[in-house]
Design a protein around this ligand. Structure first.
Ligand code: HT7
Ligand code: ZN
Length: 854
């Protein structure tokens, strides 16, 4: 396999200041004529090399003349050029309707659209398809007017007209130089939800969200989110939008969540379409977050782009940090932080601990699309957050101003960003840079001792960074740990919060004047993305879960208490539940807390997260221990759960933080009532299912029923299916709810669902809703028979032939064989070997499967 290495970076041999593209659009055969002005970059005599993928040149001209001095080097068009600057023309023909990989120009439900990041542009035309070649684009499109009445591209519209023969044309021009991965065009029968946004400097921007006519009523939330995000970026980062129009198009077939193409974002329809009947609160929040994320890329990604793909986290980590901050500002900061940390622990920590671990700035890749990972995105965002914490809000803003100012219009590096943080922040980040180069989640051991007589408390901190593939030995990191002490008798704060920068392997911090026994609150707000082990007792954790003034730390104390109990139970067969029951009782009864926070705090850690705490995962024992604690909590607090349920039940649908919190707590309470074994639980859930005026309540009830064996379960699944059979986004929920079910027969059910007429691998959302959901269902996936592994491998082998990128992204759970017993590990390895033996396997899958076997 060919490997691309960061250390091999060389500046481009040729620049392309201007690009003109002419598309004769047709789903079966689209011709693309490209005219590039090219300029030799520096003193050299190397030819112009234009990347292509599956393209055949039909014409090559230089400076207006037919040119014969070219050849193909594999997929690359190599043209010998005599001078320093030339005009190069090429023509190719491509077939969008046969493009099942969904990279380049493809057709989704009759809409022609593009996806070019990371290396899709080379499937459209010959070009130096690398992010440091910035070009000014002009685009002309001709298409059948009836099938494709709307023609969109990047930038602002220039002109349009009739082309005769039932065809029409449009021209678009983007004044901002951009890399090829930000190119986009769309042609389709689309309708727009429009608005005007007036920027802080008084310019009017025409906003439009384009969807099929029937979906228009479900676009208001996305449009509102867009306007809110535009205003937020002005107020928070001083960033204003720069074109006259901003278009968003939603399509059903999309490999990712969305794409930030300059002035023409293209979205997976699941991150645009919402109404109360079909979208959950989680979906609503996801839409606002992704709309904001793509919009924020206009500065962090488009105006300043990446020099090479090793710098991907420069735009993605920073933009995730920006979208997380935006979403936090729209509701509860505490709840948003809890959600983000939960996502980090569910996706990134396992990645960092497994065979696919890589640094936030990787050193090498075979297939770049495999590196759109939780490490690049979520851990990358944590790096930005740590720098923001160390700098404080004013200096962080000065540092981002410097970055935007200094690197506007360029292709930059992670190093450039950190240098701005250092310069404007007035701090030294030499050692901090290890966060970009070292993979693995640091582990901190914190031991607090108290000398009652002397009034001294000593906090001993020790860090280790685990070995990861290719990095056996690690240097210590800089860990910004927010720390506070509380008195265990009085509950008083023993001094202010400290920001400790742990930079050595170990350090001791002395607290003087501590007369009562202190309790340690550490990594408050999850100030560093690390695993912390402490010598806190269950009573200390229960105390913090009730008294800590940092809501995240309060949540964390409860989670730790639950985890310790569950791990003890898995290890010893049983454990005392009283501490957890009392802590949950306390939280449920605390009237100062809002429902959304309570719902997060009382939720047990997932089976996978419990497994992550153990040397080897025993999926059955973990399931049993968790179910036993759930049942105990359900029974011991049944009165409290019913009270919480009743209180939240009466509310009519409204999309507000308070109403969302009430809905969340209601379904969490319903889950515990069901776990208690109460005889009326299934009918309670069924009533919620039937009477719901929104999808959050309906899906919450369906999920509760789907995990059980009641008659209501079958009825609810049928009703749900029939009610939403024409809505593919809701049908995805029908598939994923069953794939996530805790029932014993889930592996079998999932195999059946894969034969359902509505299951199709060619739609990434549908593939993910079954295969992706099933493979995170720890107990079902690791079924002792091995059928879960076989099922996933079978599906991925089939999917690889259609859409290798989506297949490869679903492979990692099969690679975690070192985490289970020898018998399961052998079966998982056998499936990986079987995948690798498939003739014609994509390089996407080859990279993931071969690394997973190491
Ligand atoms: N920057 C976008 C990444 C993306 C992507 C990557 C690989 C294959 C398909 C893709 N579609 C979009 C999305 C983002 O982070 O905003
Ligand atoms: Zn992004």
């Amino acid at each position: 396999p060919s490997v691309t290495r960061r250390e091999d970076y060389l500046v481009p041999d040729w620049m392309v200041p201007e690009t003109s593209l002419d598309f004769a659009l047709d789903p079966a055969a689209t011709t693309v004529e490209a005219t590039l002005s090219v300029e030799r970059n520096g003193e050299h005599d190397r030819p112009l090399r234009l990347d292509g993928d599956g393209l055949t040149p039909e014409l090559v001209r230089v400076d207006g003349e037919d040119w014969s001095n070219w050849c193909m080097d594999g997929p690359t068009l190599v043209i010998e050029l005599p001078g320093a600057s030339h005009t190069v023309e090429t023509r190719v023909t491509i077939c969008p309707e046969r493009n099942t990989q969904l990279m380049g120009l493809y057709s989704s439900g009759g809409i022609l659209c593009t996806q070019c990041e990371a290396e899709g542009f080379r499937r459209i035309t010959f070009f130096p398809d690398r992010p440091d070649v910035l070009s000014r684009y002009k685009v002309r499109m001709t298409a059948d007017k009836a099938r494709y009445p709307i023609l969109l591209a990047n930038g602002d519209p220039v002109a349009s007209g009739d082309a005769g023969d039932g065809r029409h044309w449009a021209e678009w021009g983007d004044p901002f130089p951009k890399p090829s991965y930000l190119f986009a065009l769309v042609a389709g029968d689309l309708a727009a939800n429009r608005a005007t946004f007036t920027t802080q400097s008084g310019r009017d921007v025409q906003l439009a969200i384009w969807v099929r006519e029937k979906d228009l009523p479900r676009t208001d939330h996305a449009l509102h989110a867009l306007k809110t995000a535009m205003a937020w970026d002005e107020a928070t980062y001083g960033r204003e939008y720069d074109l006259d129009v901003f278009n968003i198009v939603a399509v059903d077939d999309f490999n990712f969540g969305a794409m930030e193409n300059k002035g023409l974002n293209i979205f997976n329809s699941r991150y645009i379409l919402a109404d109360p009947d079909t979208a959950t609160d989680y979906d609503y929040d996801g839409i606002a977050g992704v709309v904001a994320h793509e919009y924020f890329h206009n500065w962090s990604g488009n105006r300043i782009t990446c020099r090479d793909w090793f710098q991907l986290s420069l735009k993605e980590g920073f933009t995730v940090f920006r979208d997380q901050s935006f979403s936090a500002d729209q509701g509860s900061h505490a709840v948003k932080r809890i959600e983000d940390v939960r996502a980090l622990r569910a996706a990134q920590f396992p990645e960092d601990a497994g065979p696919l671990a890589h640094p936030v700035r990787p050193d090498a890749y075979q297939e770049i699309s495999n590196f759109y990972t939780a490490t690049i995105y979520n851990k990358g965002a944590e790096l930005i957050r740590m720098m923001a914490t160390m700098l404080g809000p004013q200096r962080f803003r000065a540092a981002t101003d410097l970055y935007f100012d200094r690197f506007d219009g360029t292709a930059a590096t992670c190093e450039d960003f950190v240098t701005c943080m250092e310069e404007a922040g007035g701090i030294d980040l030499i050692q901090f840079r290890r966060w970009y180069s070292q993979a693995g989640t640091p582990r901190v051991t914190a031991t607090l001792t108290h000398e009652a007589g002397g009034g001294r408390a000593v906090l001993s901190l020790r860090q280790t960074v685990p070995p990861t593939p290719g990095q056996p030995v690690k240097e210590p990191m800089v860990l910004p740990l927010r720390i506070k002490l509380f008195g265990s008798d009085t509950g008083a704060e023993l001094g202010d919060e400290h920001l400790v920068l742990l930079s050595g392997e170990s350090e001791e911090i002395i607290f003087e004047g501590i007369s009562e026994r202190p309790v340690l609150s550490i990594n408050r707000g999850f100030s560093a993305p690390v695993i912390v082990e402490t010598n806190r007792t269950p009573a200390d954790l229960a105390f913090l879960s009730a008294r800590d003034d940092d809501p995240f730390a309060r949540y964390e104390a409860m989670q730790q208490l639950m985890l310790d109990t569950l791990v003890a139970s898995v290890t010893h067969g049983r454990a005392e539940h009283d501490n957890v029951v009392e802590a949950v009782r306390n939280t449920l009864g605390d009237e100062t807390l809002d429902s959304a926070f309570i719902a997060e705090a009382v939720l047990l850690p997932s089976e996978s997260f419990i497994g992550d705490q153990m040397p080897l995962v025993d999926p059955e024992a973990i399931h049993r221990a968790r179910e036993a604690l759930r049942r105990d909590l359900g029974r011991s607090l049944e009165r409290e759960w019913r009270a919480a349920y009743e209180q939240a039940k009466a509310n009519r649908f409204e999309y507000s933080p308070a109403a969302k919190g009430a809905r969340r707590l209601k379904t969490v309470a319903l889950g515990y009532i069901t776990a208690s074994g109460a005889p009326d639980a299934a009918s309670l859930a069924f009533v919620q299912f039937e009477q719901a005026d929104n999808m959050t309540d309906r899906q919450g009830a369906l999920t509760t029923l789907a995990g059980g064996t009641s008659d209501e379960r079958v009825a609810a699944l049928d009703i749900f299916y029939n009610r939403y059979s024409d809505n593919s986004l809701v049908l995805d929920k029908w598939f994923s709810t069953q794939a996530l079910s805790a029932r014993d027969d889930t592996p079998e059910q999932v195999e059946q669902l894969a034969r359902h007429p509505d299951f199709k691998l060619s739609n990434p959302n549908r593939a993910r809703s079954l295969i992706g959901a099933f493979s995170v269902n720890q107990r079902a996936f690791h079924d002792a028979s091995g059928r879960g592994y076989r099922f996933v491998a079978d599906q991925l082998i089939a999917l690889d032939k259609i859409n290798p990128q989506t297949a490869a992204k679903l492979l990692p759970p099969l690679g975690r064989w070192k985490r289970v017993d020898a018998k399961r590990a052998e079966m998982m390895r056998a499936e990986l070997e079987r995948i690798l033996a498939v003739p014609g396997l994509s390089k996407d899958m080859f990279e993931q499967a071969s690394k997973s076997l190491e």
